[in-house]
Design a protein around this ligand. Structure first.
Ligand code: GTP
Length: 208
């Protein structure tokens, strides 16, 4: 395992009350607060994990954002430079899934980094008897947007380690990194071509 951990910024997004703070507390401190208070603005935590298959450590700099509507304009600032975004919904609340589809994912596409790794977490899976969004439907949405899908329960500590491991692996996946590098090279090439064309136009203008 390499001594120095790569770091990457992770943001958790989703409606108020879906369990973003509880997922982070469970993941980072292995604690669970039944009376977790609503997040005002945002808060930060970090954790280093070893990803054996890539012989690398990765430090997650995790930003917990506020789900309440009044903070929505503020949340956008946390997308900047985020390498990983985890969209969270509550499996017992249909509205929280619809908002992930219609609002949070759309915001991420508009304000997030181009090659961001996306995770989709269906939280509170311990309350399966009150399920309002089927796993099948959520998986199908995850496939559609190229996200890693995981059912989680912060309460019972289910799926949380797997969720972070999955997005971490995708982030370090050499195929994914190659894709990003290829796209960056292509973008640079296009910018150079555009610059050359505009330079040429300027020169042509002078000769006229
Ligand atoms: P905001 O900070 O307002 O955006 O909410 P949040 O998404 O951070 O939700 P939070 O983590 O504060 O959890 C809201 C409530 O859901 C709390 O009362 C938690 O106890 C409860 N909760 C969180 N995760 C789970 C879970 O996995 N199962 C169950 N049954 N309850 C959960």
């Amino acid at each position: 395992m390499s001594d120095k951990a790569n770091s990457c910024k992770v943001v958790l997004l989703g409606e108020s009350g879906v369990g973003k703070t509880c997922i982070i507390s469970r993941y980072v401190n292995n604690t669970y607060d039944e009376k977790s208070e609503t997040t005002n603005g945002a808060s930060y935590a970090s954790k280093v994990i070893d990803l054996e298959q890539y012989k690398q450590s990765l430090r997650f700099d995790i930003w917990d954002t506020a789900g309440q509507e009044k903070y929505r304009s503020l949340t956008k600032f946390f997308y900047k430079d985020a390498a990983i975004a985890i969209l969270v919904y509550d499996i017992t609340r249909r509205d929280s899934f619809e908002e992930v589809r219609k609002y949070w994912y759309e915001q991420l596409k508009t304000c997030g980094e181009k090659n961001i790794v996306i995770g989709l977490a269906g939280n509170k899976c311990d309350m399966f008897d009150k399920e309002a969004v089927t796993e099948e439907e959520a998986r199908s949405f995850a496939n559609e947007i190229g996200a890693q899908f995981q059912l989680t329960s912060a309460f019972k500590n289910l799926g949380i380690e797997d969720l972070f491991r999955m997005v971490g692996c995708k982030y370090l996946d050499p195929n994914f990194q190659d894709k990003i590098n290829d796209e960056t090279k292509e973008e640079k090439k296009n910018i150079t071509l555009e610059n050359n064309t505009s330079q040429k136009k300027k020169k042509d203008k002078k000769w006229c």
